[in-house]
Design a protein around this ligand. Structure first.
Ligand code: FE2
Ligand code: FE2
Length: 319
């Protein structure tokens, strides 16, 4: 079996639609400037529209325009917001495919590094077992909320960003970057479930979160072990995790701002082996992204530009 596969090689059955990772990469580098955000997203408007056509994300596109990803990701889940039910399913489907990729990331860590210590392999095997259960739990939650597998395109950028070919960077990316993000998102889902009185979702996600803290702890411990006696290697590994965390902030969607869509789960991260300096660093990385008002204004302009192009195209067709 091949070692070190690319994200394009992840196997999926015919239910799944593969999304485009370029949008996620653009999101990570957006500055806090309306014009710059418009300039970055507008050339992708057609690509974004093609990507959602025929999927359950079409109503989101209709409601929020081509910038729906930045708007939807950056607004906290709100049962009263436009297309609220679809937005919840969009988040839940994203978590479901994230669990699939976490399973694949852990399984690849087990396979890609044959010379790693036995205890490392046992930890990765344990994680695979957990992630397999998580995939099933989120599939059931998706159905519980009225959704289904494959209803939205799958973006494989979590796997793409986190899976370095170096063992210390792999666990830094997957176990501290990706699994740390899972802690933030799941704490948010528990809060949402408490708000809407959905005890099934609240309990199921709480159960999964307990496992994720263990997975982050695996990362915290193995980064230390792989880089012991080598401060340069540790520094390079930390730099890699910073890059991954920057990508996973989704242009400020995850941050410590009071109105952010996803808060940083400080207590859970401390329990999982992050120290306060690292948590503060994740906060400051995310604060560098665009403010919510910047994104709202940019989204409105992007929708106008898109609508104007569409009405011009329609005129040309009817002439
Ligand atoms: Fe998981
Ligand atoms: Fe996990």
């Amino acid at each position: 079996m091949k070692r070190f596969i690319e994200h394009e090689e992840l196997a999926r059955d015919s239910r799944f639609i593969r999304g485009n990772n370029a949008q996620a990469t653009v999101l990570a580098s957006l500055p806090d400037d309306v014009d710059a955000v418009v300039k970055a997203i507008d050339p992708m408007a057609q690509l974004i529209e093609e990507g959602v056509r025929g999927t359950a994300a079409e109503p989101l596109f209709e409601a929020y325009g081509p910038a729906f990803i930045i708007t939807v990701l950056n607004e906290p889940l709100d049962p009263e917001a436009p297309a609220a039910g679809i937005r919840l399913l969009f988040r839940m489907h994203g978590i479901f495919v994230g669990e699939l990729q976490a399973l694949e990331g852990a399984a690849r860590s087990l396979w890609d590094f044959p010379d790693a210590p036995w205890e490392f392999k046992m930890n990765m095997a344990r994680q695979c077992w957990d992630e397999g259960r998580h995939v099933q739990i989120f599939e059931k939650l998706l159905i519980h909320l009225g959704g289904e597998v494959g209803m939205f395109p799958e973006n494989t950028f979590l796997f793409e960003c986190a899976c370095s070919d170096d063992p210390a960077m792999r666990v830094a990316g997957v176990n501290r970057g990706l699994e740390g993000l899972a802690c933030d998102v799941f704490r948010d889902m528990i809060r949402y479930a408490q708000k809407t009185g959905d005890t099934v979702m609240e309990q199921a996600v709480d159960y999964v979160l307990a496992d994720e803290i263990t997975h982050v702890r695996f990362g915290s411990e193995w980064v230390k072990e792989f880089t012991k006696d080598n401060p340069d290697y540790l520094e390079r590994t930390q730099n890699f995790r910073r890059e991954v965390d920057k990508q996973f902030n989704f242009g400020g969607a995850r941050s410590d701002r009071p109105d952010s869509a996803i808060q940083i789960a400080i207590e859970d991260r401390l329990e999982a082996g992050f120290d306060m300096d690292e948590i503060n660093e994740i906060s400051s990385l995310s604060s560098a992204g665009p403010k919510k008002e910047t994104l709202r204004q940019a989204a409105a302009i992007l929708k106008e530009l898109h609508d104007a192009r569409k009405s011009n195209q329609n005129k040309e067709v009817t002439q």
